[in-house]
Design a protein around this ligand. Sequence first.
Ligand code: SF4
Length: 481
Amino acid sequence: MEKVIDESKQGESLVLENKEQNTRKLYIESFGCAMNFSDSEIVASILSDQGYNTTQNLEEADLVLVNTCSIRDKAEQTVRKRLEKYNAVKRINPKMKVGVLGCMAERLKSKFLEEEKIVDLVVGPDAYKDLPNLLAEVEDGRDAINVILSKEETYGDVSPVRLNSNGVTAYVSITRGCDNMCTFCVVPFTRGRERSRDPQSILEEINDLWTKDFKEITLLGQNVDSYLWYGGGLKKDFEKASDLQQATAVNFSNLLDMCAKAYPKMRIRFSTSNPQDLTLDVIETMAKYSNICKHIHLPVQSGSNRILKEMNRLHTREEYFALIDNIKRILPGCAISQDLIAGFPTETEQDHQDTLSLLDYVKYNFGFMYTYSERPGTMAERKLVDDVPEDVKKRRLAEIVQRQREHGAIRTEAYLNTVVEVLIEKESKKSDTEWSGRTQQNSVAVFPKENYKIGDLVKVKINDCTSATLIGVAIGLSMDS
Ligand code: SF4
C-alpha cells in the first residue's frame, strides 16, 4: 500500500503550462497516494491534446475530474463531498461535465452514474487513453464508462505534464498494479496486475526532466523492488518469456543503476518498497551511487508474525530485522521510514507489544501510522471480522505514535552540528527569508536564503531542530551541484 501523500496537498487543483490554441477548461483534483498525483499528470497531458487547458477556478471549468483513492475511508468521504460541491456548481453551469477517475471508479461506478447520477463519466486507472472517446460519448448525451484493467498499459508513451510543480522534483512512474495480496489492501483489485514500464521510456522521461532543470526524481510504483522488464507483459508471466527475454531482463537494481549512471547529477529516490522484494542488490546499488538518496520507505504494517500472516505479508518479523540489519550495515546513515496499522482484526495486546518492540529495534526516522479501517472489496473484509474495538485501536495507535515520536526526535537530534546536503525546493512556510528543502534522508531543512536559489544543492550546517525539521545555515554549494 502506498502512503497517502502529504495531507496539505490533498485535493489541490493543478495547473500546467497551457497551450494557446486550447479553448476548453479542465479542473482536476487528486486524492490519495503519489501514484494518483502522477496519474493526474498523465490525464492532463492526454486532455491537453484534446483542447483542454487546466484552471484553478472550478466555476469556469468545462470538465471537472476528481482522481480518487480507496485506501482509506476518509479519502472516500472527501471525494463524495467534492462531488456534492461540483454538482452545486453544475446546477448554475449545466454544460459542465463531471468525471471520476482512479481507484474508486470500479467500485462505485453504478452508484455514481446510475443511482445517484452525480457524475457523467467514470474512468479506471488503466483507461485514461480512452478519455477522448468517453468525452465524445458524454457530448452526445450518454453516460460514459471504462474501468477495464489492462495487462499492458503503463502510459510509457505519454509524456506527463508537470502539474503544480516546483520545477525541482518530479515523480516518474515505473510500475503499475500489484501482484501481492495484502488482505487489508484494495490496490490489487483497483489497479490490477503488476506490469513494468520499458526502461528506455523511463530514461527518456528522466532526460526530459533533466533538460527542464529538474534536480530530483522519485521512481514510483506500488512495489518498486518488484520491477521487472523483459519486453512487455505481466510480471507473473515472466517464466513463460523466451530465454533471450529472461537473459536480458532488467530488474529494479539494474534500473536504479542505469538511471543513476546516466544522470549522475540528478538525485534519485524511489517509493514504495516491500520488505519481501527489497534485495541486497538494490541496497548495494544505493551504496554505489552518491546521487541515489539514502532513504528507504519500508512499510512493515505490524511487528507480530501472527498478524503479518493474517495480513498475507510475505515476510516475518525476523526476516524484516535481517533486512534492517543489512541496510544499516551497507548504508550507514540511511533513513528508514514505515507504514503501520494499529488494531488489525484479531490483534491482541501481545501482538501490539510486538509492534512496539519492532519500533524499538528499528528506530525509524519517521512513519505513517493509522488505525485499521475495513475497506470494501478487500480479502480482510471478506474473511476477517473487524473485532478490535475503536477505543482499543486508538489507544494502540497513540502508543505507536508516541514511540515513533521519541525515535524520530533521536534521529533528528543526531543531525545537530553536522553538515547535510539540502536540495532547495521552495520558500519556507514560516518565513519568507528562509528556504526549505530536503536532505538525502528526506528530512526537511530550513535555512536563511542568502544568495541561494530554488534548485540549488547546498551544504547546510545544522545548529537546531524541531521534532521533524532541521534548522541551519548554508555554508556553500555542494560539490555535486
Ligand atoms: S504490496 Fe500489499 S499493501 Fe502494497 S499495494 Fe500491494 S497489496 Fe497493497
